[in-house]
Ligand binder design. Structure first.
Ligand code: ZN
Ligand code: ZN
Length: 265
């Protein structure tokens, strides 16, 4: 871990972590709303938000922060996340691939009848906004925490992650939180390249997850369409709908579907 952070007392570390999480959430949300303004011609849904949506999303963001600020502080401050001098790039890649795999199964599990009550808060947003990404209940926020801190810490304590470098882990945390916030904006940033089979494994367009909020029953990946393709939870029409949104025609209602043959990129 950075020498400067290691020199901090626990309360000071808590302050730094809180500033980092809140600052990142504010800056990313501002960029997301700016994207919605500047890319009006690439609006995904031409559907109104729920009454009071920003308000309940804001409360959901506070729940997320209330879980993650103390947890990140504890895992850093008590040395549970044991960083070595591995490559930052390898750490970023490991976190990126590992978290997506974990998230796919966490998210699928959260849609199981027994657990869906813990995921309903996130799905109160049917049309998503930059405030949707971190809007969730405490249990779902804890699920994220397992992927961000608990699993990497367990691997590092077992000596199974000698590649875990602080800068790579930090870069991934910034990337994930930023991507989650901006990627829930009601606008399409993803170009036609992002609907190609290979690129969508690593970065599908925004419409991919927007359809999950509208339909619930598929697209459990967020930053990867690969696991949905692999496990048969991919909607056949998402590429067609991306083509439509990208061409400037938003989707007119939440049950809107594309035509039949839409499996081609
Ligand atoms: Zn979502
Ligand atoms: Zn869901």
């Amino acid at each position: 871990m950075g020498a400067w952070l290691e020199s901090l007392s626990l309360p000071a570390l808590l302050g730094v972590v809180a500033l980092a999480f809140v600052g990142l959430a504010l800056a990313s949300s501002a960029l997301g709303f700016l994207g919605e303004r500047l890319l009006r011609r690439r609006r995904i849904w031409d559907v109104a938000l729920e009454p009071g949506q920003y308000r309940f999303e804001l409360v959901g963001n506070l729940k997320y922060l209330a879980v993650h600020i103390p947890m990140a502080t504890a895992f850093l401050g008590f040395g549970w996340l044991r960083f070595g001098d591995g490559s930052g790039l390898a750490t970023f890649a490991g976190m990126y691939l590992g978290f997506q795999l974990y998230y796919y199964f966490l998210h699928r599990a959260l849609h199981h009848r027994a657990l869906v009550r813990f995921h309903r808060w996130h799905h109160r947003s049917r049309v998503t906004t930059p405030l949707t990404g971190l809007s969730m209940g405490f249990v779902e926020a804890l699920g994220y925490a397992v992927g961000f801190y608990v699993l990497p810490a367990a691997l590092s304590q077992l000596g199974a992650a000698p590649w875990l470098a602080f800068d790579g882990w930090l870069a991934y945390m910034v990337f994930n939180n930023f991507g989650n916030i901006v990627g829930h904006g009601n606008f399409e940033l993803g170009s036609p390249i992002t609907r190609s089979r290979v690129v969508a494994i690593f970065q599908p367009p925004f419409v991919f997850h927007a359809l999950h909020h509208a339909r619930w029953v598929g697209h459990f990946g967020f930053a990867s369409a690969g696991y949905d393709a692999l496990f048969g939870t991919e909607f056949a029409d998402w590429r067609e709908l991306h083509r439509r949104v990208y061409a400037g025609s938003p989707l007119p209602y939440l049950k809107f579907r594309g035509g039949a043959a839409s499996r081609d990129a």
